[in-house]
Design a protein around this ligand. Sequence first.
Ligand code: PLP
Length: 448
Amino acid sequence: MHSFRYRDGKLYCEDIDLARAAESFGTPLYIYSAGTILDHFDRLNAALAPFDHLVCYAVKANSNRAVLKLLAEAGAGFDIVSGGELFRAIKAGADPTKCTFAGVGKARDEIEYAIDQGVYSFNVESEAELEYIDKIAGAKKLRAPIALRVNPDVDPHTHEYIATGSHENKFGIALGQAPAVYERAAKMRNIDIVGVQMHIGSQITESAPFADAIGKVAPLVRQLKSRYGIKFFSIGGGMGIIYRRALESGSGKWWHDHSGESSAFSVRDYADAIVPPVRDLDVRILVEPGRFLVGNAGILLTRVRYIKESSVKKFVIVDAGMNDLIRPSLYRSYHEIVPVEEKIRPSPPSSPWLGRGSREAAGEGGMEKVDIVGPVCESGDFFALDREMPEVHEGDLLAIMSAGAYGFVMASNYNSRPLPAEALVRGGQLALIRKRQTWEDLVRDEAE
Ligand SMILES: *Cc1c(COP(=O)(O)O)cnc(C)c1O
């Protein structure tokens, strides 16, 4: 469920009028809904209630400290992939003993920091890394808790850049090799075997691959439990969200909330798929959702700078660019884009994703196909190509939906563009949680 709705033709996040937010903080501006994040977290926790579990939010999806604080206070653990993420999480009030440390290339200083902080587990991706962690822990005269990340070799049916659970990518240790590596780990002096982990990919839109992967790893879990007394099995993250129809038209209005559903399959479906195969493993179950918790809880607000028409195309040039939100350029991913002020027009939308009922209500014409592009000097700098939109004008505000995950965290200063600002809404409260960078910030750390 997400909390972006039209009220009297104006788009709101919870009780905040987004046009007002844009006036307060400028654009481009990321806006997150605290209520939405907590709703997703609570639902997932409720669905996993049948057994001992811990939801470890994958920090890389959105690492703003205000977002981490919200989840830490709600009781979440954190899945981190760098020392920097652990540092952030601790700064936000996270309990390090609820943090798992993932990633294929952990550096010495990161491992030392994580041992010192007492993380719940290192999720280890190779034998070389295991030896390295053993050595570093030994030098500190401490023990390091570890789980191996195993690769169950399933196809999650997602974009190739974000599929991680097949033999052909760099992640994890093949399932068949895992028992031998655990045996080696058991002989290491400074290593404690505490669990097993897997993560098969991201933006997975069906629940079957999760159940398949769990089914493949379950026999290993049983074996490790009896041999080493492991305490947890992490089944990873990757639950997909709805990008299309995140907001849609109907009942005579151009754009309004459609179903309010955020995830590609319901939390109930997810639970139905994963609960049976894990139920009697008798270990704690960890899940590591990133996108599912924050994806549909955030938008990127942008203002139309210019309209440019050529003989074949109409371009809507906005003030956000691929440096602010790279997903469309990087993965060709689809984001719904809606006007912040709804224009009621007497015309029918021809777009296939508009809701039933809108055609009758809307009348004739009014939609046009446009490319929505940014100011960055790259042809790949676009948010939407040939998109059906109601007519937009210079100065209009647009909301790029579903931008809460892998949005700001992937932003860069390319073209010497300052990083955008971020704001958090909670009910009727609007807080700036990251200032917009200035030109001065761009050069601050450079030698003169
Ligand atoms: C990225 C990642 C996640 C989160 O993925 P989502 O698709 O955002 O849920 C979880 N676990 C690991 C190990 C990851 O690398």
